[in-house]
Ligand binder design. Structure first.
Ligand code: SAM
Length: 214
């Protein structure tokens, strides 16, 4: 998992994050995060605007917009090169980025974030236990009145489509493969972690769960 994204980050980071924006310049690429961040913040309606966290931030297209709304923003990403690229392309002074081990938020303290945000990340994690661990870690770092907005792919793919997906993509695309998970499974992980589903939005390919401490 880590190796796959690290390789993609070195070879073709913009394409890996969003193939439709592979040829965009970085400013234009990052501008595409504004509408998504605004939409998700409207859905999540955080109670406070002190600290936000993004899990899997790529080159920072959402971080820069979160930084306009929150006093302080942290980002974690499994790829050291993505972390470096985000820094090289410039980050606001209130943003701090960290390399993660790919399954925990170990660098971050308990009960400290008003918002935890993640887009186009958990859908690429093949190991179910890792996704479950991130949901538990999200619960751990949220403040009592904090809110998480996590995107999943919850499509029910026919068996044939799942087999084709597993067999067809070449090595370059492997880390980018999507692993759809049933919405019921996501809700169960949230409940186990002590989170309630406040609201759900989007379609199954981009299914947003807004979660709050129970
Ligand atoms: C498709 S990109 C999305 C980037 C960003 N969220 C955005 O919307 O532009 C996926 C990002 O998640 C990171 N990633 C993949 N698996 C991860 C994991 N287990 N933990 C943290 N980051 C991960 C990748 O390195 C990559 O930067």
């Amino acid at each position: 998992m880590a190796d796959g994204w690290e390789r993609l980050a070195r070879e073709d980071p913009l394409w890996a994050i969003d193939p439709s924006l592979a040829d965009a310049d970085v400013a234009a690429f990052r501008a595409t995060g504004a509408a998504l961040v605004a939409q998700v913040l409207e859905w999540a309606a955080p109670a406070r605007w002190d600290r936000a966290l993004e899990i899997g931030f790529g080159i920072g297209r959402n971080l820069v917009h979160l930084a306009e709304q929150f006093a302080r923003v942290d980002g974690v990403d499994v790829s050291p090169t993505m972390v470096e690229l985000a820094r090289e392309h410039g980050l606001p002074a209130n943003v701090e980025v960290h390399v993660t081990d790919g399954r925990s938020l170990a660098a971050l303290p308990d009960a400290s974030f008003d918002l935890v945000f993640s887009n186009l990340v958990l859908q690429h994690v093949g190991d179910e236990d890792v996704v479950a661990a991130y949901v538990r870690e999200t619960a751990r770092v949220l403040t009592d009145d904090g809110v998480a907005a996590l995107q999943f792919d919850t499509r029910r793919l026919p068996f044939a489509a799942r087999v084709a997906r597993a067999l067809l993509p070449g090595a370059k695309r492997r880390a980018m493969r999507r692993y759809p998970r049933a919405a019921e499974w996501v809700r169960a992980q949230a409940a186990t972690a002590g989170l309630t589903v406040s609201v759900e939005h989007g379609d199954a390919a981009n299914h947003w769960f807004v979660l709050r401490p129970a």
